[in-house]
Design a protein around this ligand. Structure first.
Ligand code: SF4
Length: 507
């Protein structure tokens, strides 16, 4: 699909216009200047900017059909340039989405939102004191979000504030993410830092050496500055790929280095691949009071697991689930993926029926996304996936099934190139929500990333401004530079927390 955009000079609009077009078409080329090519459609904008912004879009296709849309939004002149631009961008996106919806007949349930965290927007409006009804109306009128998705957002926010009533006051604490970049084998859709562990013991040893160092240093900084930890999350890779002894030493380090570990609200260890779970490792988790784990079936169809390179069996998932239960794991999450190759409503129904026999405390339902770096995306032709309508049917099935089985949605996020432009939703039984997942999605506090591929997000406790910092993804670069990465993070933490302490003292 080629779209010629007229009347928009400012380059800052290019990306938002591209992202909105991507919601409608598989591959879109947008031209901002007349290159003499004949394009499928032309969208011409007219903007009048004064005390308000008035935007108008006119779409013309090759057969001469014309669609128009207008929208007007306030433009207070006491706002920063950034906020002013944001308002103008909303107006432009609004009319652009409207003409594309009218022309294609497709309704975008998330309206003009293309970002990862739609619930953040509603949190912000409510935090600013806007009454619920008014906030919902704004989402509908300005952002063109459908009733169905607004209802979902509100449901999620209500759950989050029940699970973490002090969510808006947790800026003075931090959460910790620990990335362990090893897995038994690499799955075809995976873009995480995950290296097949076999034959890499040397690399594992050096990596763990670096990780222990990071845990000690960051733990010391937190203790010295009286900063508590809300949650800890071991992800990766698969953190249970390392041996039981290595896990034991790691958790011993956590207890020795981190402040007030007994007060941490939640510690999760991903044990995603059932082929890594053994009685010895479960024993270690229990020893250190870790009872929230994730065992991820993704699908209960054996051929699918084979096709995506997950070298474990369906029976193994079920068996390890029962083993974990028997050994005291009382908060188990399971991940499912909608739209895996060769799967449709029939296969997904089977997966839900199998889930019903296990009833984990929480269930994360992902929609397959074609991320650029995955093997699956590189060989897209090899993998046959369901069409948009069937993906939507599966999503609806998941919604109905979770509701019928007393699971409540408590977080969601969207990805680019996600099948059917849908979302990933985390559901849980009542009071079994993962606090870490809420923290990472709603960006209310700093998350310090340790280990490989761990991304830190530093959130200014006063302004909410976000600074990102990423550790390298591959173990070799990590091993070469972990001291440096640790020092850089401590420097950022000093700037952030000391600055704000000073402000408080001066006041
Ligand atoms: S188990 Fe998870 S992290 Fe490991 S390769 Fe598969 S998708 Fe990637």
């Amino acid at each position: 699909m080629q779209i010629y955009i007229k009347g928009i000079e400012d380059e800052r609009f290019h990306r938002p216009l591209q992202l909105i077009a991507n919601l409608f078409f598989e591959e879109t080329e947008i031209l901002f200047a007349d290159k003499g090519k004949s394009t499928d459609i032309t969208v011409e904008f007219a903007l009048i900017i004064a005390e308000t912004v008035k935007a108008r879009a006119t779409l013309t296709d090759q057969s001469g059909q014309i669609f128009t849309a207008s929208f007007e939004k306030d433009l207070p002149n006491n706002e920063t340039e950034k906020d002013r631009f944001r308002r103008i961008k909303t107006a432009v996106s609004h009319v652009y989405l409207t003409v594309l919806q009218d022309w294609t007949g497709m309704i975008q349930k998330w309206g003009i939102l293309t970002g990862i965290r739609p619930t953040k927007l509603l949190h912000k409006l409510l935090r600013e004191g806007m009454p619920k009804e008014e906030a919902h109306k704004k989402l509908m009128d300005e952002y063109l979000i459908t009733d169905e998705k607004i209802f979902l957002m509100q449901q999620i926010i209500d759950r989050q504030l029940t699970a973490v009533p002090d969510l808006y006051e947790l800026q003075k604490e931090v959460s910790i993410y620990i990335g362990i970049p090893f897995c038994p084998t690499k799955c075809a859709y995976c873009t995480f830092p995950a290296y097949a562990i076999n034959g890499r013991q040397g690399s594992v040893n050096s990596f763990l050496g670096g990780l222990h160092f990071e845990m000690r240093q960051i733990g010391k900084w937190l203790k010295d500055n009286n900063i508590n930890i809300t949650t800890v999350y071991y992800g990766g890779g698969t953190p249970t790929s390392i041996t039981a002894e290595e896990m034991d030493m790691l958790y011993e380090e956590m207890y020795a280095s981190f402040p007030n570990v007994q007060d941490i609200r939640e510690v999760t260890v991903e044990a995603g691949r059932p082929d890594t779970i053994t009685p010895e490792k479960l024993e270690v988790l229990k020893k250190w009071n870790i009872d929230r784990i994730s065992i991820n079936p993704q699908s209960y169809i054996q051929e699918t697991l084979k096709a995506i390179g997950r070298h474990h069996t369906v029976d193994e998932t079920i068996e390890k689930y029962h083993l974990a239960r028997k050994m005291g794991m009382n908060n188990i999450n399971m991940d499912l993926i909608i739209g895996l190759p060769g799967e449709g409503v029939k296969e997904f129904t089977h997966t839900l029926n199998e889930t019903e026999k296990l009833m984990p405390e929480s269930l994360t339902v992902h929609t397959l996304s074609f991320k650029r770096a995955s093997e699956m995306t590189k060989n897209k032709d090899k993998y046959k996936v369901a069409d948009r309508n069937e993906v939507e049917d599966m999503m609806e099935l998941a919604e109905k099934w979770t509701k019928d089985h007393n699971y409540l949605p408590y977080y969601l996020y969207r990805q680019k190139n996600i099948l059917g432009n849908l979302e990933n939703v985390g559901y849980s039984l009542r009071d079994q929500e993962s606090i870490y997942n809420i923290m990472i999605m709603e960006e209310q506090q700093t998350i310090i990333g340790l280990g490989c591929g761990a991304a830190s997000k530093f959130i200014d406790p006063v302004t909410g401004k976000i600074t990102q910092f990423a550790n390298p993804k591959d173990p070799k670069s990590y091993n070469d530079g972990f001291e440096d990465y640790t020092n850089k993070k401590i420097k950022i933490l000093n700037e952030l927390f000391m600055k704000n302490t000073n402000v408080k003292e001066e006041v």
